[in-house]
Design a protein. Structure first.
Length: 241
């Protein structure tokens, strides 16, 4: 396999993206390289300040000649409205002249790939971010049947959550809401999810997408490559492996 270098721009307090992406892909010829943009608290104010460092981070990654760059932050690529993810993608592409994806756009594409119109969402976020996420997805034609957050502001706390927390949050939402939805979405690139996606799908018999599974799937699809994975990432990855 040709060597593929994947650049990722992540919030500085994110401790999950590199860990999950590096563990997920078996092939040594697909490598992950990151640049960090400053984020301490997961709030609208924090996300807005963080985004100002996008170009600096993209320029840093350009020095490795990446094949693609992912802006790996969910609410950070949607809080300004329906086209926010496109604006970030185009800013990176104009600057470094390589393909780019943003997590919010990857999530939209993942739902479309799965034919999901009604989505059930769990997040670690506070209400102001849940509201922005719901507005964003509904602006793209999806029906958010329920969105439940853990109310966490400190991003290092989110990154320290065991994957079991995502598993239990997803099943609790399913048990409380019922089965009248098309896909379950676990939002936040700093929430560890890749280890439990397959197990959740088997329990609820519905597609499960997380911020990191959608971002990784979008990157691999844009690169046009199939890879062997260490995790069961569910229905979304049926055409990637």
């Amino acid at each position: 396999m040709t060597w593929f270098k994947i650049g990722v721009i992540i919030p500085s307090s994110n401790t999950t993206v590199e860990r999950e992406f590096n563990r997920a892909i078996k092939e040594p010829e697909v490598t992950i390289h990151s640049s960090r943009i400053t984020l301490r608290e997961v709030t609208l104010k924090g996300l807005e300040e963080m985004e100002r460092e996008t170009e600096r981070a993209a320029m840093e990654l350009s020095t490795i000649n990446p094949d693609i760059i992912a802006y790996a932050c969910t609410t950070g690529s949607l809080f300004k409205g329906p086209n926010h993810h496109i604006e970030i993608k185009e800013r990176i592409e104009r600057l470094v002249k390589v393909k780019a994806v943003a997590t919010a756009g990857a999530v939209i594409d993942a739902f479309k790939r799965l034919g999901a119109n009604k989505v059930l969402i769990v997040t670690p976020y506070i209400d102001e971010l849940n509201t922005k996420e719901k507005e964003f997805l509904e602006a793209h034609g999806f029906k958010v049947v329920s969105i439940r957050g853990l109310g966490i502001v400190d991003n290092t706390v989110i990154g320290s959550l065991d994957p079991r927390t995502a598993y239990e949050a997803a099943l609790n939402a399913y048990n409380q809401f019922g089965s009248d939805f098309d896909a379950l979405f676990i939002s936040c690139t700093n929430w560890r999810t890749l280890e439990v996606i397959g197990a959740i799908e088997r329990r609820i018999s519905k597609p499960v997408v997380s911020s990191n599974s959608a971002t990784l799937w979008s990157v691999l699809r844009e690169l046009g490559i199939r890879v062997k994975l260490n995790y069961d990432l569910g229905m979304l990855f049926s055409d990637i492996q």
